[in-house]
Design a protein around this ligand. Structure first.
Ligand code: 2PG
Ligand code: MG
Length: 431
């Protein structure tokens, strides 16, 4: 038997950072190489993502269990996957897609399928005795690897913090840093300064889902002011050393019947046009260099007008729920010249090859790529290696708190030490 072919699979239920069940896969090759991977889970999930399956048994983990999902998936996949060459990731993922047979992977479940896809890549890396990021490079020939620029959650709202603020994420991006380790140190300083400032104001400093702070401000202006103060308190220059990025996660704010965005904390209801002006003005007033999902996933007109309105202005406009790491949606966006960056979440797509295809499409069109974690994570650091190998340029992991986040930040430190790769400069940096 060819030693790089799949001999057996295991799927199990483990817990994620929210204490909810998720799927972990083991893939074992004929030479005994083992690959293990587990999958994340979102809270502000978009409607164009592939389908995560749950058991729905109220008696087990409040219906979030995946015990029967993994049992059924193992039965469906094992026989078909045995004998597939782990070194041929395209064939591995095509087989997984074929077994499921639906576009959204809703029959077997996107969660076990992604776990198997990623675990197989790890098994292949073990087989060729290469670190994962080195092996992954062989799947994207001609692409220059690099250390990604982190954008790091400092303040959380939306679905990650009990709706405490209207906008979901206020993040820090160390655009002036020259190495990844310097970037990380600056971020940690800003994160600590933000907590200190909040404590001084008598605000609670408990952690939101991604390890960020949740001050529960009524307005985005208050949150952005605190961000600027925290950057200054960390002895960094806002905009020069440390810029701000935001994730509005606007699909969560959109009320379809009324065709408007409800900013409940601020007590405002905004039409698409009003939302556009509001976000545009915020970007003028604060050192914001990147905006994610400022409009609903179906509000194409607003996305298109906003992109036009930006003109030459150097602002990164990222589609998360909007593109859903989906090749068709990204292709439509490129064709209609909407946005200029795409968030890359492996579990929105469902397989490693499918994710790499979306990244290739973005690269070709000159769209920036931001590899991203989910709000529910595990200790698996796969996306750190993925961001490096694909030269993604940027990574979004959550805050610099909690081990499910640090496993990725720390893996990047190891790769930096080992590989001596260049640190990706941020392209949309203001001049
Ligand atoms: C997002 C992600 C990560 P979730 O909206 O970008 O912050 O959130 O995983 O809940 O979709
Ligand atoms: Mg988002």
């Amino acid at each position: 038997m060819n030693p790089s072919r799949i001999a057996s699979l295991k799927l199990r239920q483990i817990l994620d950072s929210r204490g909810r069940p998720t799927v972990e896969a083991d893939v074992i090759l004929h030479d005994g190489s083992l690959g293990r991977a587990s999958v994340p889970s979102g809270a502000s999930t978009g409607k164009y993502e592939v389908r995560e399956l749950r058991d729905g048994d109220a008696e087990s983990y409040e219906s979030y269990g995946v015990q029967s999902v993994v049992a059924t998936a193992l039965q469906a996949c094992e026989g078909q996957m045995q004998g597939v060459d782990a070194l041929d990731q395209t064939a591995v993922d095509a087989t997984l897609r074929w077994i499921d047979g639906t576009p959204d992977l809703g029959r077997v479940g996107a969660n076990p399928i992604l776990a198997l896809s990623l675990a197989t890549a790890r098994a292949a890396a073990a087989h060729v005795r290469q670190p994962l990021h080195v092996y992954l490079r062989s799947l994207v020939p001609g692409v220059a690897p690099s250390m990604p620029m982190p954008m790091t959650n400092i303040l959380s709202g939306g679905a990650h913090a009990g709706g405490g603020m209207d906008f979901q994420d206020f993040l820090a991006m160390p655009v002036g840093a020259t190495t990844y380790s310097q970037a990380l140190e600056w971020i940690a300083r800003v994160r600590s300064a933000a907590a200190r400032l909040m404590a001084q104001e008598g605000r609670v400093t408990l952690l939101a889902d991604e390890g960020g702070l949740s001050p529960g401000f009524e307005s985005a202006e208050q949150a952005l002011t605190l961000m600027v103060r925290a950057i200054e308190a960390a002895r960094l220059r806002p905009g020069h050393d440390m810029a701000i990025t935001i994730d509005v996660a606007a699909s969560q704010l959109y009320v379809e019947e009324q065709r408007c965005y409800h900013l409940r904390r601020a007590g405002r209801e905004l039409t698409s046009d009003a939302m556009m002006s509001y976000v545009f003005d915020l970007c003028g007033k604060y050192p914001i260099v990147s905006v994610e999902d400022p409009f609903d996933q179906d509000d194409w007109e607003a996305w298109q007008s906003f992109t036009r309105k930006l003109g030459d202005r150097s602002l990164q406009l990222v589609g998360d729920d909007f593109f859903a790491t989906n090749a068709q949606r990204l292709a439509s966006g490129i064709e209609r010249q909407v946005a200029n960056a795409v968030l890359i979440k492996v579990n929105q797509n469902g397989t490693l090859s499918g994710t790499l295809d979306v990244m290739a499409l973005a690269r070709k069109a000159g769209y920036a790529t931001v590899v991203s974690a989910r709000s529910g994570e595990t200790e698996d650091s796969f996306i750190a290696d993925l961001a490096v190998a694909t030269g993604a340029g940027q990574i979004k992991i959550g805050s610099v708190r909690n081990s499910e986040r640090q496993s990725k930040y720390n893996q990047l430190l190891r790769i930096e030490e080992e590989a001596g790769l260049t640190f990706a400069a941020f392209m949309h940096k203001r001049r």
